[in-house]
Design a protein around this ligand. Structure first.
Ligand SMILES: *Cc1c(COP(=O)(O)O)cnc(C)c1O
Length: 465
């Protein structure tokens, strides 16, 4: 441990170098390529004595640093990839430095869970959601969907007089959805419900991904009163379509089901008076998934689940640590480890707490509106350029488009991404090969739209000749 003791002596120098490097990365993020073509060979043998942090940093910088792409930069439009606000970075650094194990609010003498509970309240306030939701942090929307659907599964058992957590799933679980995210389907696989076992509901007519309420009603009636889980969407990934939450709420008044909303990024529509109508009625859901590492612009890995407080007993039945004595009142001796999949966990809430305190409701209203404006400007370019066409209207922050000659999509996208100036991802929508550009980074500006459009114009022109 020779190097460890030495490193402890030169912590200041280590911090200085990391800080300088971090600043250099962020100051240069507009120029750094969004894609790297370089191949790396990996090492498999560990050295006997190690080389200490400063030499390790040098070695990292020789091998990896130059090929790290600007995925947190303003022109990384693939998937739904958020950036990082300065406040979120500060909170994230401190999370590492304090290295809390965030579980109970008393017991270990550690108060970090109080910060997490407070952050959940701040998020509910940001989204104008009522305070009868309980929430916590997990790694991403996949785990949030998983956690919410796990409680839903326990709820189904309860309706049938069974305890799936204790006894396993002893009957099939009915799940309805129109355009579920792949991670919700994956969750069904992980939960033993089975990824094949969801009942597809039609989408609305007219190039939509939202659920068709008439078909949903028929599919519900066909279940003859059997309880089921509805997975609905606040923002599908291709076209950012939203289910009609007011209509679903009305159905919920009549039929017995668990209503889950995947609002991974679309939930941020609630931050702007211009777009909050898209989530009207979502407060009536039993559970909601929201990602923080997307539109909130905090670093990976960060997402939250919101589950109605009235389901807390089911949630504890689902996640109760088997070693813990049964908690009569889940709020007494509260510990996160009885409410979600993990036991030990970092203080994931802190970056979110920092960014919410720093920028407030107006900061996020402006961030959301600016990104939507960028999507609209980019869509204008697509509409006005003879080489491209939109595959769907721009409802919020994502542009789904194709080339007029659809056969050129793959070539075009390869060439475009190879420029390193912008990064987008392929998709398939409405029977056509397409491309998606998602705007969720606070740094993206009109200038970035211009840079990307110029490259696109150039490549499309060369392909069409
Ligand atoms: C991104 C996304 C997910 C998965 O989220 P991860 O954070 O990658 O786990 C789930 N649902 C929707 C709608 C998403 O956009």
């Amino acid at each position: 441990m020779n190097h460890l003791n030495k490193d402890a002596q030169i912590l200041q120098e280590i911090f200085n170098q990391v800080q300088q490097q971090g600043l250099a990365y962020l100051n240069d993020i507009h120029e750094r390529p969004t894609r790297s073509e370089q191949k790396v060979t990996t090492t498999t043998n560990l050295s006997i004595d190690g080389i200490g942090t400063l030499d390790t940093l040098k070695y990292f910088n020789e091998r990896f640093e130059p090929i790290i792409v600007a995925s947190s930069g303003p022109r990384y439009w693939g998937f739904v990839t958020g950036g990082t606000t300065p406040a979120a970075i500060a909170g994230d650094w401190l999370t590492t430095i304090y290295d809390q194990n965030t579980q109970s609010i008393k017991g270990n003498g550690d108060i970090s869970a109080i910060i997490e509970l407070e952050t959940i309240q701040l998020l509910l306030s940001l989204f104008n959601l009522p305070k009868d939701f309980f929430g916590g942090f997990v790694t991403g929307a996949t785990l949030s969907n998983f956690s919410c659907l796990a409680v839903a599964r326990q709820w189904i058992g309860k309706q049938l007089g069974k305890d799936f957590s204790r006894d396993g799933i002893t009957t099939g679980v009915k799940v309805l959805s129109a355009t579920p995210h792949s991670s919700a389907i994956k969750s069904l696989a992980m939960l033993g419900i089975g990824s094949n076992n969801f009942i597809p509901v039609n989408v609305s007519a007219g190039n939509r991904e939202a659920i068709d309420i008439t078909d949903l009603t028929e599919k519900i009636k066909a279940l003859n009163g059997e309880p089921f889980i509805l997975i609905s969407s606040a923002g599908t990934v291709n076209t950012v379509d939203f289910d009609d939450f007011e209509a679903i709420h009305q159905l919920k008044e009549q039929y017995n089901f668990w209503w889950h909303i995947d609002a991974a990024f679309g939930g941020f529509a609630a931050c702007s008076p211009l777009y909050k109508h898209l989530v009207k009625g979502w407060e009536n859901a039993d559970s909601i998934t929201v990602d923080c590492h997307k539109w909130l612009n905090v670093p990976y890995e960060s997402a939250v689940f919101f589950v109605k407080e009235k389901h807390q007993r089911l949630q504890v039945e689902t996640f109760q640590n088997s070693n813990a004595a049964y908690l009569g009142d889940p709020q007494e001796n509260f510990s996160y480890l009885n409410f979600l999949p993990e036991n030990s966990r970092r203080l994931k809430a802190l970056p979110t707490w920092f960014t919410l305190m720093s920028y407030g409701k107006t900061g996020y209203k402006e961030l959301v509106e600016s990104n939507v404006l960028m999507a609209q400007q980019f869509a204008d370019f697509i509409t006005n350029n003879k080489n491209f066409e939109l595959l769907a209207p721009v409802r919020l922050n994502t542009v789904c488009f194709t080339l007029v000659n659809e056969d050129l999509v793959a070539d075009f996208l390869n060439q475009l991404n190879a420029t390193g100036k912008v990064f987008m991802t392929p998709t398939f929508y409405n029977g056509k090969k397409g491309i998606r550009a998602a705007f969720v980074n606070w740094r993206t500006s009109t200038n970035d739209i211009a840079i990307a459009s110029a490259e696109m114009e150039r490549i499309a022109t060369s392909l069409y000749i």
